[in-house]
Design a protein around this ligand. Structure first.
Ligand code: FAD
Ligand code: UDP
Length: 395
């Protein structure tokens, strides 16, 4: 093998590392992925009967306030002006998300202004007595008070994470804003949009470099393949973006992950729900949300008599499932510390990305983390200044 670096996983983390090493540092990079396509979970494809772009692993909305990441991604794709808005159905009524003045006034059948609504939420969250929230349940009550928390967050979260919210870290919903205006944009970031000609075209442009070779259908742990852990580690530096527990053969036990099941349907109507994502907040609806993909690209010329929807169901991942979201209970966090120690001792192997760090990362965070890994670890290493020995785990 004449590669200077092997990257395991062709998601945004792996491809960003590969692209920078190839383009900026003139290195030869071999990228392997066990799937039959590149792009990791951001991969999308046209549904064959309608041409509507479907995100195979769940809807992906690009957003960032990181100027470096924004400049970087714009080298590979232009973005549409799509602005993400989400609605949620609770007891047969549709409310705007994230929780804003519109949600609060509709829920309480009231007409509070911002100050009165803040006052109300303060009274409603007084039950915590000023205590700093230590888990998602307390964080929810502290942010919006118990009635709104129970209506819009508690059961949705329990459905999505299959874990009691008192066992989940507060950080999961810290990313959901609460607004005392009628602004119902889902994201707060400076930049937002969808790749004009789709995720796959963007991803393919990142991988299209004479110094990058991509091999698909190759599992790093399959010893019948020429490129595998046993042959590579110790001979060629590796950036590994698969699950960290799998790398160490589950030596410290399995980390818990959530997986998703998607049920896709083509329906004989031009518009099923009038919006791209409808959440279902109540426990008696088995799915968490329905995506209707045509609404992500209103600028495209899609058929007007058919639409593609996808129901999303969430459950704990078994070993044979795709691990999508780290569950991150306190037991998981202990195991993760042990894996981090193992990772730090793994010579010439760096761990990155959502699976490699067991972190809930958005695309811009995976890309930003990869750019930092190139700057802080790989560039000094290839410049001959440092070894990769103390690599450890990077976001
Ligand atoms: P991944 O995309 O998971 O790529 C890892 C790759 O490694 C995979 O292709 C996998 O096949 C490969 N791999 C794993 N093990 C092996 C092995 N043993 N051998 C070879 N290859 C291997 N982010 C946003 O910014 N906005 C969103 O709206 C958004 N929505 C999301 C919705 C869902 C349902 C999910 C799951 C994620 C969402 N994300 C979103 C996050 C986004 O998918 C990630 O930030 C991004 O994919 C991270 O890239 P990555 O390279 O770390 O991981
Ligand atoms: N959430 C919720 N109700 C909603 C939407 C989100 O309780 O209607 C909570 C839930 O715990 C979720 C978290 O907020 O895990 C983050 O939501 P987001 O939509 O960002 O999750 P993702 O799209 O990554 O699944």
């Amino acid at each position: 093998m004449d590669a200077d670096l092997v990257v395991v996983g062709s998601g945004f983390f792996g491809l960003t590392v590969a692209e920078r090493l190839a383009e900026e540092h003139g290195r030869k990079v071999l990228v392997i992925d066990r799937r039959a396509h590149i792009g990791g979970n951001a991969y999308s494809e046209a549904e064959p009967t309608t041409g509507i772009e479907v995100h195979r692993y769940g809807a992906h909305l690009f957003h960032t306030s990181n100027e470096r990441v924004w400049e970087y991604v714009n080298r590979f794709t232009a973005f549409t002006s799509y602005v993400h808005r989400v609605y949620t159905t609770h007891r047969g009524e549709v409310f705007p998300m994230p929780i804003n003045l519109g949600t609060i006034n509709q829920f309480f059948r009231s007409s509070y202004g911002p100050d009165a609504a803040r006052e109300l939420v303060k009274e409603l969250s007084a039950e915590l007595g000023g205590k700093k929230p230590t888990n998602l349940d307390e964080q929810g009550v502290s942010l919006i008070g118990r009635p709104l928390y129970e209506a819009f967050i508690r059961d949705y979260t329990a459905k999505q994470w299959q874990t009691d919210p008192t066992e989940l870290p507060a950080s999961i919903i810290s990313r959901l804003p609460v607004r005392y205006t009628y602004d119902n944009r889902y994201f707060n970031d400076t930049h937002e949009g969808l790749p004009v000609d789709g995720y796959t075209a963007w991803i393919e442009r990142m991988a299209d470099h004479k110094n990058i070779e991509v091999r698909l259908g190759v599992d790093f742990f399959d010893e019948s393949q020429p490129v595998n852990k046993k042959n590579v580690v110790g001979n060629v530096p590796v950036v590994y973006t698969g699950p960290v527990d799998r790398y160490f053969d589950y030596a410290e036990g399995s980390l818990s992950w959530r997986t998703l099941d998607f049920e896709q349907e083509v329906l004989p109507t031009g518009d099923f729900q009038g919006t791209s994502v409808m959440n279902y907040a109540d426990a008696d609806v088995p799915y968490t949300r329905i995506h209707e993909f045509r609404h992500f690209h209103p600028e495209r010329d899609y058929p007007t008599d058919r639409t593609v929807i996808m129901r999303e169901f969430s459950r704990f991942a078994e070993k044979s499932d795709e691990p999508y979201y780290p569950v991150n209970t306190s037991v998981d966090r202990e195991k993760l510390l042990a894996y981090r120690d193992l990772a730090a001792g793994e010579k010439d192997v760096l761990f990155g990305g959502r699976l490699g760090t067991y972190k809930y990362l958005d695309m811009h965070m995976a890309i930003g983390g990869a750019l930092s890994m190139v700057d802080n670890k790989l560039a000094p290493y290839f410049g001959g200044r440092e070894s990769l020995q103390s690599g450890g785990v990077d976001a």
